[in-house]
Ligand binder design. Structure first.
Ligand code: AMP
Length: 404
């Protein structure tokens, strides 16, 4: 990794100090239970390190989008309970509709070394997302040291992950942040080559800068999923009812020219599994047909990559030494259109001596759901954050931390 110049939790002494620890505890909750605990599990190494070193740990995070108002639906209480289980230690939940009140302050003042608590959802305060100084200062007043380990929000500049750092003398990044920066940073800036990047998913608009930056950094760029059809249209192909962003056709042409100019391989689907209506995830009886990518009939839409495309993509991955993947190859929520995504995931698990990095979001949940995560080198906890990292952007959440 290029030398990382930020203070980390290995550089600080937290014994007897109040440590405000910003985590990304934004877990999916359904019918009153946590559906995916990955973000809690990946937070444990930093929490344990700070507890073992005798700090008084005050955790904070956002959860969902309560839009600046207290809303029990987005309470972090359930997360405090689950963290208590995972840590085998009582995590005190400091409930307040305004996150910090006199009672919360008093409870923090009474904490002993090695104790841990969790504040209420920081997004119950409208000042959070506006990164306002008053809330940043309130948060800062709770602690002696501020630690940010919330990679999933590192691309946002909010009070609890950016604003607060300015008002706390000692601050540092945690282990999760370090891991993410190390794996994503190395893959992009110092990869073992060939570096193959795979992009998929629906919205091309979210990935414009990623495509452009990855073309510079990688040796081969594979594009699948819904976003591939705008490229195919730009090539003059008949794509029927497939997803297409007409405002980005010219951009796709530019990217194809850029690939040629840089002598990079840009691989697009050559065939597609199609249906003549948009399926819902459980519509498993929907009839499908495979068409060549330039011959999709006007009443059909491409919903997964076809077998010939799978073969080409797998061949391109065979000799890769580094792979970065973000976005599914098809509408994987419906089993009939999940084969392309599954084959890519399987191929990555079979690569020997390669670094495989899954860039959060849908591809990460796919890999987790199929039990393939232990076979990948790194699965990012941040969908949007990892995309911005791949764009080569400065991340405000990292930037705000003191330099060594
Ligand atoms: P994104 O949020 O841009 O990464 O897109 C993820 C979504 O893309 C998933 O919900 C997929 O169902 C969807 N998707 C992938 N391929 C296609 C496709 N060919 N047509 C429509 N949606 C797709």
């Amino acid at each position: 990794m290029e030398s990382f110049n930020k203070v980390t939790i290995d550089d600080i002494d937290v014994f007897g100090k109040r440590v405000l620890l910003r985590l990304d505890l934004n877990v999916p909750i359904q019918d009153g239970s946590i559906k995916d605990k990955n973000r809690l599990i990946t937070a444990l190494p930093t929490i344990n390190k700070l507890l073992n070193d005798g700090g008084k740990i005050i955790m904070c995070s956002h959860l969902g989008k309560p839009k600046g108002e207290a809303n029990k639906k987005f309470s972090l209480e359930i997360v405090a309970k689950e963290l208590s289980n995972l840590l085998n230690k009582k995590v005190k939940f400091l409930d307040s509709d305004i996150v910090i009140n006199d009672d919360v302050k008093q409870q923090i003042n009474q904490m002993q070394n090695g104790e841990i608590c969790l504040l209420q959802n920081t997004r119950f305060r409208k000042e959070e997302e506006l990164c306002e100084e008053n809330f940043s200062k309130e948060l800062a007043s709770l602690c002696d040291i501020y630690v940010n380990d919330a990679f999933g929000t590192a691309h946002r500049a909010h009070a609890s992950n950016v604003g607060v750092a300015k008002f706390v003398k000692e601050n540092a990044v945690g282990y999760l942040m370090l891991d993410e920066i190390r794996f994503l940073g190395n893959a992009i800036n110092n990869p073992n080559r060939p570096l193959v990047a795979i992009l998929g998913g629906a919205k091309i608009e979210d990935k414009l800068n990623v495509i452009s930056n990855l073309l510079v950094k990688c040796d081969t760029l594979i594009i699948g999923g819904g976003m591939a059809y705008t490229f195919l249209k730009a090539k003059g192909y008949e794509i029927g009812q497939s997803l297409c962003d007409n405002s980005k056709i010219q951009y796709c042409e530019e990217m194809m020219n850029k690939a040629k100019r840089l002598n990079k391989k840009l691989l697009l689907p050559i065939d597609a599994i199609c249906a003549n209506r948009f399926p819902n995830p459980i519509d498993e009886n929907i009839p499908t047909k495979c068409f060549k990518a330039n011959e999709i009939p006007s009443d059909y839409m491409g919903l997964d990559i076809g077998e010939e495309t799978i073969k080409i993509f797998m061949k391109a991955l065979k000799n890769a030494k580094t792979v970065v993947w973000n976005g599914p190859m098809g509408m994987f929520e419906n089993k009939k259109f999940a084969l392309g995504t599954y084959c890519i995931a399987r191929t990555l698990t079979e690569l020997k001596y390669s670094t495989t990095i899954i860039g959060g979001g849908d591809s990460a949940s796919f890999v987790n759901n199929f039990g393939l995560s232990s076979k990948m080198t790194h699965i990012s906890t941040g969908g949007g954050a990892s995309l911005e990292f791949l764009e080569g952007k400065v991340m405000p959440g990292i930037d705000a931390i003191n330099n060594k």
